[in-house]
Design a protein around this ligand. Structure first.
Ligand SMILES: Cc1cc2nc3c(=O)[nH]c(=O)nc-3n(C[C@H](O)[C@H](O)[C@H](O)COP(=O)(O)OP(=O)(O)OC[C@H]3O[C@@H](n4cnc5c(N)ncnc54)[C@H](O)[C@@H]3O)c2cc1C
Length: 393
């Protein structure tokens, strides 16, 4: 038996024995926030067991809390998790954004202080990039950071900060030198959210939810030791983090179990009926098939890019392709879920709609944000044109 076959056998056995029933199939996934209650103890048990193995971040080096897996072993782990419907043990901005960035550009001290805690799911992170007046043109940001002894003093405002109210830490871009060209006066800092100088005000979305906030900094502080990549070097660190974010690589592991409560095919069969096991309506069948094929193609392409990389990590500007295609598909999924339900797909309140139908309407509205966050899809197309296709500015 080859080493990889042995790894598969061992992994299958270990998962069968250690993935509790409450961590299989659709359900809650831990995000590490100390402010969010985990409803099912199995979710915590699963997180603890996977963290112990280093499999919350399977390809990270062992010394930073990872599993030290090769790319091939990582793929096997994903396959075996998928086979038993195991949900990911942890999905957050620590494992998918700031962690991979620290691995590449953090100092040894920064890696040792932050990465093992991220791998254990101790704390959720939020992203302090956008400001009023600095969204697509991110480098125009104005929130200031001034070095004062052993810490930076931060003043200003961020906006659209997802999960600011439930996060424990923030990674942020700040203006550390206002007197140089805008890209050259930016620094990248980490700071705790639990301090008197930070306050948040929720912003309500059209879906009725409030997943993000305005975040205000009034003499907030960040440790000097938590300056990542050097003073005024933050633009390249911030851009690299965005590549990790846009890659959607974490969806490879989160796709290991059906995190979507209801599939399109089942919804179509339920509403339109079936003939010989096929969705009865020709047009709907075509739409659903198109979506499923494009989604599968995206997942396979993402997986191939992991397999082709030497260390199972994120590629460069090509991540903008994943972001554009992935979020267009996310929107398409929500549109189809709505249209397949006919008039039942447009319920906002009232007894004539089921809870699932009311939730689907909100998911549809929420899905419109997908092509805006993490840099709008117009901006991604600009990056693809310039950095992937080499077209002139
Ligand atoms: C649900 C959600 C969650 C978010 N979470 C976070 C978060 O956690 N942290 C954070 O920092 N930010 C977050 N954002 C903010 C997000 O990154 C910005 O909304 C995004 O970068 C666009 O910036 P803007 O809203 O200022 O729009 P603008 O930059 O004002 O853009 C307006 C429109 O103009 C287009 N446009 C602008 N410039 C160009 C150009 N050069 N070429 C072509 N078209 C252009 C844009 O595509 C867009 O359609 C979130 C946004 C949403 C919707």
């Amino acid at each position: 038996m080859s080493d990889l076959e042995q790894f598969r056998t061992d992994t299958r056995k270990w998962l069968a024995a250690n993935c509790p029933p409450g961590a299989r199939g659709p359900g809650q996934v831990a995000n590490g926030s100390s402010k969010i209650k985990i409803r099912d103890p199995d979710v915590t048990l699963w997180l603890d067991r996977m963290a112990e193995k280093g499999w919350t971040v399977p390809t990270w080096p062992r010394e930073y809390g990872g599993g030290g897996l090769s790319t091939a072993e990582y793929v096997v782990l994903l396959e075996e998790m998928r086979a038993i419907g195991a949900r990911p043990p942890l999905v957050n901005r620590g494992t998918s954004m700031v962690g991979p960035t620290l691995l590449e550009v953090g100092s040894e001290d920064q890696k040792k202080r932050h990465l093992p805690a991220i791998a254990r799911g101790e704390g959720e992170w939020c992203q302090g990039y956008s400001e009023p007046g600095a969204g697509s043109d991110l480098a125009s940001l104005r929130t200031s950071a001034v070095l004062d002894g052993d810490h930076f003093v931060i003043n200003g405002q961020k906006t659209w900060t997802s999960d600011a109210d439930t996060s424990d830490w923030m990674f942020m871009l700040v203006r550390s030198d206002p007197d140089v060209p805008k890209h050259e006066g930016i620094s990248f800092l980490l700071l705790t959210m639990d301090q008197p100088g930070i306050s948040t005000t929720p912003i309500e979305m059209i879906s009725g939810g409030s997943p993000f906030s305005e975040t205000f900094f009034d003499n907030a502080f960040a440790d000097k030791d938590d300056l990542i990549g050097g003073l005024n070097q933050g633009w390249s660190v911030g851009k690299r983090l965005l590549q990790h974010e846009r890659s959607g690589m974490e969806s490879l592991i989160s796709g290991s179990a059906g995190t979507r409560p209801v599939g399109l095919v089942d919804t179509a069969r339920g509403f339109l009926g079936e003939v010989d096991g096929r969705i009865a309506d020709d047009l709907a069948r075509d739409d659903v098939l198109q979506y499923e094929m494009h989604m599968r193609a995206l997942q396979l392409t993402q997986r191939r890019s992991v397999e082709e990389s030497s260390d199972g990590r994120t590629p460069g500007p090509a991540t903008s392709i994943f972001k554009t295609v992935g979020t267009d598909l996310e929107k398409r999924y929500a549109e189809l879920m709505t249209s397949l339900r006919g008039t039942q797909g447009y319920g906002w309140e009232g007894d004539s709609f089921s809870d699932e139908e009311l939730a689907a309407t909100r998911r549809f509205l929420q899905s419109r944000a997908a092509s805006i966050y993490s840099g709008s899809n117009e901006i991604q197309r600009n990056i693809i044109a310039k950095r992937v296709l080499g077209l002139p500015d």
